[in-house]
Design a protein around this ligand. Structure first.
Ligand code: SF4
Length: 371
């Protein structure tokens, strides 16, 4: 077995890039937003991928693009429709900002997304990470992208302990910038974009947080820690119980479900519909019709759903603390067009109240970036 690279030897950037790029070309996952030429698709994928699993994004990305295939289509849509298409992905502020930015691009920039990281950062919801990702992947700008995966790879590679302060961030940024290909020395216009994607792919599939697959790592011979680097423990997961009411009624041939509209000034998910929450003491001794676990960031919600099923349950509806004006009967066949919280969507689908069709995009031609 090779001994680890000496602690103080500088990283050979050219060798590192070669090893990484050879590995990436052979092992990159096939994902619908890879090798696309439309910057809007790159932008959308980068926003959706923030704090969200790749598998969940694949499903929503395709559905969203079918509904809003261009920046213009997104800009012209009502916000409620954008939120409805985002339903299930969580962090709805991302959808609101994306919509706002699409309007700005359409109304002020002639419909074309800016092509540099500096200009991209002037758009709503686009910060340092997203601007660098779009600029490098869609436009070939030589700028490093640093997400959690890249940070972990660089810290392990260099053997530097993780520090969550400004000096720690500056170190990671400097290391990432030193490795990213410079467009002037590269024959390939998208070398920086490919490199950034390869770094993130390495962190996501090989240099895993708990058990890195070092023996499969393309830069094993250059790594100074090889799995020995401590990753700080994740924040403790919290557990919370949550109870909701499922109330259905018939109106003619339609079935309606009672939902609560979260107020516009709510700190979380304003303007979204959810099943009316019930106080815990109102459900003592009752048997729920559904139990499920729903994780949001570092909290596991143990959700129980109750439905009035007889005269003894009539009080359940009266236990809902929401104001009457915030409660709405919504036809179940219109639920797909309403902005539902992810949990409400999950419950209604699980109980067969809502069926959602997420149509697959037809196989699209995804030409490569120009060589
Ligand atoms: S050798 Fe292991 S620890 Fe080092 S970069 Fe590769 S996967 Fe990560």
């Amino acid at each position: 077995m090779l001994s680890p690279a000496p602690k103080n030897a500088p990283l050979d950037a050219a060798l590192f890039r070669r090893k990484l790029s050879t590995w990436y070309r052979a092992h990159a996952r096939v994902l619908p937003w890879r090798n696309v030429t439309d910057p809007y698709r790159t932008w959308l994928s980068e926003v959706m991928l923030q704090q969200t699993r790749v598998a969940a994004v694949i499903e929503h990305y395709q559905h969203f693009l079918r509904r809003f295939p261009t920046i213009l289509a997104l800009a012209l849509a009502p916000e409620a429709e954008v939120l409805a298409s985002w339903s299930g992905l969580g962090y709805y502020r991302r959808a609101r900002m994306l919509h706002k930015a699409a309007k700005f691009v359409t109304e002020e920039l002639g419909g074309a997304l800016p092509s540099t990281s500096v200009e991209l950062r002037t758009l709503p919801g686009i910060g340092e990470y997203t601007s660098a990702a779009i600029a490098s992947i869609a436009f070939g700008e030589s700028i490093a992208v640093v997400d959690g995966n890249v940070e972990r790879v660089l810290l392990r590679l260099t053997g530097r302990p993780e520090k969550r302060d400004a000096s720690g961030r500056a170190f990671v940024q400097q290391q990432a910038s030193a490795l990213v290909p410079n467009r002037r020395i590269s024959k390939r216009a998208n070398a920086a974009g490919d490199h950034n994607q390869a770094m993130m792919e390495l962190g996501a599939t090989i240099c895993l947080p708990k058990a890195p697959l070092c023996l499969n790592c393309p830069v094993y011979s250059m790594c100074r820690t090889r799995g020995e680097h401590l990753t700080p423990p994740r924040k403790v997961q919290l557990s919370r119980p949550a109870a909701y009411l499922l109330s259905l009624r018939k109106r003619g041939t339609n079935t309606e479900v009672l939902l609560q509209l979260r107020t516009e000034d709510a700190s979380l998910m304003p303007g979204m519909y959810e099943l009316p929450p019930l106080p815990q003491d109102s459900v003592q001794g009752r048997e729920p019709m559904l139990r499920l676990r729903h994780a949001i960031t570092n909290t596991n919600y143990y959700v129980q759903v109750y439905a009035p099923s007889g005269p003894q349950d009539r009080g359940l509806r009266r236990s809902v603390p929401a104001a009457k004006n915030d409660l709405h009967w919504i036809q179940t066949n219109r639920l797909a067009t309403r902005p539902l919280t992810g949990l409400t969507r999950k419950v209604l689908q699980r109980l067969g109240v809502m069926t959602v069709h997420l149509p697959k995009l037809p196989a699209t031609k995804t030409p490569s970036h120009p060589a």
